[in-house]
Ligand binder design. Structure first.
Ligand code: GLU
Length: 254
C-alpha cells in the first residue's frame, strides 16, 4: 500500500514548544516497520514554525507575522529535517526534503515537476518528507494548513490511504471533553457530519478539526481512504495498519 502520513505540529512538539524527539523517534520506528512490511510511505510533516519558535525564544523584537513565520520556519525546518535524517539513518533509510508552495499544485508545469520529483524519490526508495515552504509562501497564497497539503499530496501520489495524525483521537459525536462523547469510527461518502465538528484549534499548528474533516471528505471523494488518529498514542501507525478495527480513529471511507 502507498500511504501518505501527515504528522501535525502538536504531535511533534512538547508543551513548551520544543521538538518532542521521543515521539518523533517512535513514529520513525513505526514508519520503518511499515516499510519493512512492504508499504510505500510519503510523510507530510509540520513542526517547522513551532520548532523555530522554540529555538529563537530570545527574539523579543516586534517582528510582524510574516517576518516571524519566515524566520522561524527557516530555522525550524532545518532542525526538523536534520532530526528525520538522523532518526531514519539508524534504519539505513534515506529520506529527502520536498518543500512546496500552493502554486506547485495549480500551474501544470510546476505540478508535473513536483510529481516527477516525488516519483523518482519513491522509485529509488527515498522517503519524501514534504512541508510547505513557509519561508517564501505568500500569505494570500498559502495552503490553509498542512492538512490541505497532505490531501493534495495523497492525490498527486495516488496514495491508497492518507493518515492524518493529530493530538486528538478522531471526530467525536459531541464535545471531546465530555466523557459520554464517542469517536465516530466510520464516515461513509455523503454523510453530513458538520454538526459534530468542533471549531476550536490546537495551539501549535494552523489546522483544526474543521479543516481536517473537509480535507478528509474531499480526499475520500477522490478515491483515497482517510484516517484521522491520535499521533501521540503509542504504536498508533502499526495498530492503524494491522488492527484498525480495534484502534480508535475516524475513517472516511471512499
Ligand atoms: N508548515 C507549517 C510548519 O511546518 C505547519 C502548518 C500547519 O500547522 O498546518 O510549521
Amino acid at each position: 500500500m502507498r500511504l501518505t502520513i501527515k504528522i501535525g505540529s502538536n504531535v511533534l512538539t512538547r508543551a513548551d514548544g520544543s521538538l518532542d524527539i521521543t515521539r518523533m523517534s517512535a513514529l520513525v520506528d513505526q514508519i520503518a516497520q511499515l516499510r519493512a512490511e512492504g508499504h510505500e510511505i510519503i510523510i507530510v510533516t509540520s513542526g517547522a514554525v513551532a520548532s523555530g519558535r522554540s529555538e529563537l525564544k530570545h527574539i523579543t523584537s516586534d517582528l510582524d507575522s510574516v517576518d516571524k513565520r519566515q524566520l522561524f520556519s527557516a530555522v525550524g525546518q532545518a532542525k526538523l529535517i536534520n532530526r528525520y535524517v538522523n532518526l531514519f539513518r539508524d534504519y539505513g533509510i534515506k529520506v529527502g526534503q520536498v518543500l512546496t508552495t500552493k502554486e506547485h499544485f495549480s500551474d501544470s508545469e510546476h505540478r508535473k515537476n513536483q510529481e516527477n520529483c516525488i516519483r523518482v524519490m519513491l522509485e529509488n526508495e527515498v522517503i519524501p518528507i514534504v512541508n510547505e515552504n513557509d519561508t517564501i509562501s505568500i500569505t494570500e497564497l498559502m495552503f490553509t494548513d498542512n492538512d490541505e497539503l497532505s490531501g493534495l499530496i495523497a492525490q498527486m501520489t495516488k496514495s491508497d490511504t492518507l493518515i492524518i495524525l493529530s493530538n486528538i483521537d478522531g471526530i467525536y459525536d459531541g464535545d471531546p471533553n465530555d466523557k459520554n462523547s464517542k469517536v465516530i469510527r466510520t464516515i461513509e461518502p455523503g454523510r453530513d457530519i458538520s454538526e459534530y465538528i468542533q471549531t476550536a484549534k490546537s495551539s501549535a499548528g494552523r489546522g483544526g478539526m474543521q479543516s481536517k474533516s473537509s480535507v478528509a471528505e474531499r480526499t475520500a471523494k477522490a478515491g483515497i481512504n482517510v484516517v484521522i488518529a491520535n499521533g501521540k498514542k503509542d504504536n498508533i501507525l502499526i495498530s492503524l495498519m494491522n488492527n484498525r478495527a480495534n484502534t480508535i480513529c475516524t475513517e472516511f471511507v471512499c
